[in-house]
Design a protein around this ligand. Structure first.
Ligand SMILES: [Ca+2]
Length: 362
């Protein structure tokens, strides 16, 4: 081969490689997270950071809801520290600028703040420095130009604001996996909603108006990880022991730190703790683990049942999570945290949506 022909071949090869690279990068589903920085949001960020670093997803942005478990400002700093700690310091993060009708009670916020602060600490000396609240969540949520999966795991205040700010966002959100609601029971506690009927789930009770706006705008794209499904994944001492014995990464260590908190352990003993947000994220990433039923739901806006989700023939089209495979979830969660989750057919690389109207293949 002449040197000219060789140069042409090398050039062609280089062009082919360059053309292939963006395709490979684009093959990773883009994910945006709206969180309220409770202890299970922190565990979920550790999980999602591993999913990003191991090629399952491209974590595009994280926003923090103010109406949930995290204090204003502290939730933002905790999200930033956790992403930095888990190797994703460049992911855009901001928080909201508004509270819903019923922010979570102080009894929950104070213990959650301690648990997440310890888990987010960047090192013995650095801790996790406070930052002022920014209020740019709606802008961050509307920034991605392409289509993406939204994982929502707190009160829906920011998501509703973003949809109002830019109605084209509804078209760009391919699917939204929401941890919230429940059609069989609620989970209010600890001084929340005294005087009402307690049939509500926390995230929907915190901002019923936002929940309804998101239902209406994203009808047909909603996978609801409701209490019906999360009831199947209590945080058990057996699984806590497995995490402790298989603690090979910073991500796993973060979750181990969370579960070692005395208050968390006491609530586990009382059977009050579930893998709410991690199940929601894992359902989004794997397209498995949760069984859905198609239904139509509306969020009650006022009175004793404010925040409750009810079946309504004119309501939003929802895939309601009604069950979950606890063992498959625990195995997947542990493997992802430790950086060894297998790429399964039907898994995230194709993001196959759950089979309409019925049981999920496992
Ligand atoms: Ca949450």
């Amino acid at each position: 081969m002449t040197s000219g022909a060789m140069r042409t071949r090398i050039l062609l090869l280089a062009m082919l490689i360059c053309a292939a690279l963006p395709m490979a990068a684009d093959a990773r589903p883009r994910v945006v997270v709206d969180a309220d920085m409770s202890f299970d949001d922190a565990a979920t960020l550790a999980y999602l950071a591993q999913a990003d670093r191991h090629g399952f997803i491209d974590l595009d942005a994280v926003t923090v809801s103010l109406s949930g478990a995290g204090y204003t400002g502290r939730g933002l700093s905790h999200a930033r520290c956790l992403l930095r700690k888990h190797g994703l310091p460049g992911v855009p993060v901001s928080d909201g600028d508004a509270l819903g009708a019923n922010p979570l009670p102080e009894a929950i916020r104070s213990y959650v703040d301690r648990v997440v602060h310890n888990a987010a600490a960047l090192g013995d000396s650095a801790g996790c420095p406070d930052v002022p609240t920014e209020g740019r969540a709606a802008r961050v949520l509307t920034a991605p130009r392409g289509r993406f999966t939204l994982i929502a795991q707190g009160p829906l205040t920011n998501v509703a604001q973003a949809l109002a700010r830019d109605p084209s966002l509804a078209r760009r959100i391919e699917r939204v996996f929401i941890m919230g609601a429940g059609t069989t029971h609620g989970n209010l506690c600890c001084g929340a909603g005294d005087g009402i009927d307690h049939g509500q789930e926390f995230n929907f009770w915190a901002d019923p108006a936002a929940a309804q706006r998101v239902f209406s705008a994203l009808s047909g794209k909603i996978y609801l990880t409701a209490l019906n499904a999360t009831d199947f994944v209590p945080i058990t001492f057996d699984f806590s022991d497995r995490l402790g014995a298989d603690n090979t990464t910073v991500a796993t260590a973060t979750v181990v730190t969370i579960l070692s908190d005395p208050d968390v352990q006491e609530f586990m003993r009382q059977g009050l703790m579930y893998w709410w947000d991690p199940l929601n994220a894992a359902a989004a990433i794997t397209g498995r683990l949760v069984t859905y039923e198609r239904t139509r739901l509306t969020v009650v806006q006022s009175g004793m049942q404010a925040g409750r989700t009810v079946v309504d023939p004119r309501g939003a089209r929802i895939r309601l999570g009604v069950a979950a495979d606890a063992q498959a979830f625990e195995n997947h969660f542990l493997a992802m945290l430790n950086g060894r989750a297998p790429q399964l057919p039907g898994s995230v690389r194709v993001m196959r949506p759950p089979r309409p109207g019925g049981d999920q293949p496992r």
